[in-house]
Design a protein around this ligand. Structure first.
Ligand SMILES: *Cc1c(COP(=O)(O)O)cnc(C)c1O
Length: 366
């Protein structure tokens, strides 16, 4: 059980304390990394809380799940990756013959999961630009659409979607928001009326590029039970060390997000004034920036502080070309991205060093 925080505790206080309870044996202030896979039962079928086998429940994971739930304002389940979390939510919510609505700019892996895996099990989908709420309403098929998937800001072009507006137009379908880019520091979809949130905790929540993980957080206790059932039945659970690392990351989330945003603001400001650079996208919060430049590949290969790598959300800055790297699975689809697009994940280094790095890379790319 988590120690009770005052009900009006603000976000930073919740981020620092959520899910932490002194170890009952030693008083240790952080959760132990419980590696045990099984638990001794005093009599057959008698065990503490849900702890009979570590796929079903593990104390280090429970601590993380309590923390994630406290930050998003719902009931959380942790998974071994963001994709495992997405798969669990979709399979807990949908059945063969159901229809889902996807955004036209989304994480490539989400598109691949639906288009290449779940359609084989009878799921159907439509893709719409969700900035157009009428288009969302038109894509919803009454009685058949059971899920509207939202990603905001979108990836990689960083469009901001009106979550409450989508909820209004979803015709009663569950609205699930991939909150990986925004994080609960900037956006708490359940407070906007969405029924579910998913995360790749690999990114900002973990924040240090050292653990792959995912989470589902839902508003409705019955949906939570269904997600839990899939979590245990399919078994894509995170290991205790990864749970510990993500939970440790959560405690500095608010500070890191402020530094990411300041650096992204500085990089976007520099890029907007730069000849040759076009379509600089920065939604005004978070650490992601994208822009177009004819020498995209040479710029991405020419930075010294920004590392050329996939992924995002860590303390170190990363640069990538989505079309060649993270978004190959959407090539040729309605969600395809232009080849001259560059995406930055601005870390928490000094902003002047990041801007100087972009300047030399762009100058060097000719
Ligand atoms: C990375 C990412 C995912 C997938 O998460 P994994 O942890 O890599 O499985 C899903 N959505 C978004 C927006 C992401 O950036």
């Amino acid at each position: 059980m988590s120690r009770e925080l005052p009900a009006d505790a603000r976000f930073a206080t919740r981020a620092v304390h959520a899910g932490l309870t002194p170890d009952p044996y030693t008083g240790g202030v952080v959760p132990a990394i419980h590696q045990a896979t099984t638990y001794v039962q005093p009599a057959p079928g008698e065990f503490v809380e849900d702890y009979d086998y570590s796929r079903s429940a593990n104390p280090t994971r429970t601590a993380l799940e309590i923390a994630l739930g406290a930050l998003e304002g719902g009931a959380a389940s942790a998974f071994s990756s963001g994709m495992a979390a997405e798969h669990a939510l979709i399979t807990a919510q949908c059945r063969a013959g159901d229809h889902v609505v996807l955004p036209d700019d989304l994480y490539g892996g989400t598109y691949r999961l639906v288009d290449k895996v779940l359609t084989r099990w009878g799921l159907e989908y439509a893709i719409v630009d969700q900035r157009d709420l009428d288009a969302v309403a038109a894509a919803v098929q009454p009685g058949r659409t059971t899920l509207v998937w939202v990603e905001t800001p979108t990836n990689p072009t960083l469009k901001v979607i009106d979550v409450a507006g989508v909820v209004e137009r979803a015709g009663g379908a569950l609205v699930c928001v991939d909150n990986t880019f925004a994080t609960p520091v900037n956006q708490r979809p359940l407070e906007l009326g969405a029924g579910a949130v998913v995360h790749s905790t690999t990114k900002y929540l973990g924040g240090h590029s050292d653990a792959v993980g995912g989470a589902v957080v839902v508003a409705d206790p019955q949906l939570h039970e269904r997600v839990r059932f899939v979590q245990n039945a399919v078994g894509a659970v995170p290991g205790p060390l990864d749970c510990f690392l993500v939970h440790r990351g959560l405690r500095t989330l608010h500070l890191r997000m402020a530094a990411h945003a300041a650096n992204a603001q500085a990089c976007a400001g520099f890029l907007r004034d730069r000849p040759g650079v076009s379509e600089v996208a920065y939604p005004g919060f978070g650490g992601m920036v994208s822009f177009r430049h004819p020498a995209a590949a040479r710029i991405a290969a020419g930075t010294r502080i920004f590392s050329l790598a996939e992924s995002l959300g860590g303390v170190e800055s990363l640069i990538e070309v989505p079309q060649a790297m993270t978004h190959q699975s959407v090539e040729g689809s309605a969600a395809a991205v232009p080849a001259d697009l560059v995406r930055l994940s601005c870390g928490i280094e000094d902003p002047d060093d990041l801007v100087a790095d972009l300047r030399q890379a762009i100058d060097g790319a000719g």
